[in-house]
Design a protein around this ligand. Structure first.
Ligand SMILES: *Cc1c(COP(=O)(O)O)cnc(C)c1O
Length: 394
């Protein structure tokens, strides 16, 4: 019938004098411009407007601007994962012949990219202990163009000498990129200390609910920003609009979640240290932490939401501990709203030899806790029960 409206044509969005309060989700892959002049002006930047979602979409912009505000920078970009952000920096900015220096306890896949992938492209890499400025200085080479660091290391929570390393790098014109996933801008804003690039796995505590995989990267210099953007768009690191929406929703409660998780972490660390069978507890603001003076100077009271501890009894005791804590997911992630537990020797650090793990202080009895926002009395009780059972060989 001729007068039947085509179902194939999009129905115009209803007019409304009032606006939605909540951020809309915009899944459109493509955007229609009124005429070629307008599209041209969009490409030259004379007019702002979206064209194709791989190049940018509103949900990514909204999320990026929110994280920009937290990090004190402009023009940051949201990508499909934290590893996309690491890749965009390392592969998007470096060229054959360059040397990249990494902290020796970086996130596992970042280590792997530096060890296995960059050398394939002619980019040389090496690692140094970022708590030891002299070791970092000794590892610099004439071709070193970038240093990649995390503020607090995984899983032993060692605190990098950021100010010292920034000074070394500035004097030599070397870029410093900080993976700020663990510490978050609530703990430290690396741009304030002179970082050139900051990146995040938004997947973790920023989004905070273990239901969206995303990354973020920002650079102070527009030239770096442009290079990262072009590499990310060309290689297709596009974030999903729905994931961006979820992460933006997560950010509304980020400060509440972070502060609560951090307070819980400090209390849980203190409680764990009183329990028989616990050999040591690692938490940056504790006076028995190897870097507590630096943590105090750099992070103040912000010890973060991660706690690590080591129990007596090796793998057998570790197995008993996770089985005795069925309500605390034994899962290789962090930053969820609820507490999760990880065992580096069987997951993130399983690729290392036992000797290399021992050198980092990671035994079979070593656990890392990503502390959530639960009632702290409940958490202390659950950990106490699990640790008591881990030490009984029944
Ligand atoms: C998880 C994580 C990454 C990688 O992020 P994905 O979103 O999982 O790709 C990078 N760095 C750190 C410190 C992380 O914890």
């Amino acid at each position: 019938m001729d007068d039947m409206p085509s179902l194939i044509r999009r129905t115009p969005w209803p007019e409304s004098a009032s606006r939605p309060v909540v951020t809309p989700i915009q899944p459109s892959v493509v955007y229609a411009s009124p005429d070629p002049d307008t599209l041209d002006a969009q490409y030259t930047g004379a007019l702002s407007g979206y064209t194709y979602a791989r190049e940018g979409h509103p949900n990514a912009t909204v999320l990026a601007q929110k994280i920009d505000g937290m990090e004190g920078v402009a023009g940051g970009m949201v990508l499909a994962s934290g590893m996309a952000a690491v890749s965009a920096v390392l592969i998007g900015l470096m060229r054959a012949g360059d040397h990249v220096l990494g902290g020796d306890q970086l996130y596992g896949r970042s280590l792997r990219m530096m060890r296995d992938d960059l050398p394939r492209l002619g980019i040389r890499t090496s690692f140094a202990d970022p708590t030891d400025c002299a070791a970092v200085e000794a590892a610099l080479q004439p071709e070193t163009r970038l240093i990649l660091l995390e503020v607090v290391s995984n899983p032993t929570l060692r605190v990098a000498d950021l100010s010292g390393i920034m000074r070394l790098a500035k004097a030599r014109g070397i870029l410093v990129a900080i993976d700020n996933t663990f510490t978050t801008p609530r703990g430290l804003r690396p741009f304030d200390l002179g970082a050139d690039i900051v990146l995040h796995s938004v997947t973790k505590i920023l989004a905070g609910h273990s239901d969206a995989t995303l990354g973020y990267v920002a650079a102070r210099e527009p030239e770096l920003r442009r290079a990262i953007y072009d590499f990310a768009v060309t290689t297709g690191m596009t974030p999903s609009p729905f994931d961006c929406w979820l992460a933006e929703r997560g950010l509304y409660t980020f400060e509440l979640r972070y502060d609560r998780a951090e307070a819980n972490a400090a209390t849980l660390a203190a409680h764990l240290a009183t329990l028989p069978g616990v050999r040591r507890v690692l938490y940056p603001t504790r006076t028995d932490h190897p870097d507590h003076n630096r943590a105090a100077a750099m992070l103040g009271a912000r010890g973060g939401h991660m706690v690590s501890f080591e129990i007596e009894g090796g793998r057998a005791a570790a197995n008993r501990l996770t089985r005795a804590a069925p309500n605390i997911p034994f899962a290789p992630t962090l930053g969820d709203v609820a507490t999760t537990l990880s065992h580096p020797a069987s997951s993130s650090h399983r690729g290392l030899t036992p000797e290399a793990r021992a050198a980092l202080g990671i035994s079979e009895g070593f656990f890392r806790v990503s502390v959530g926002v639960e009632d702290i009395a409940l958490l202390c009780r659950e950990f106490e029960t699990a640790i008591v059972q881990s030490q009984s060989d029944a």
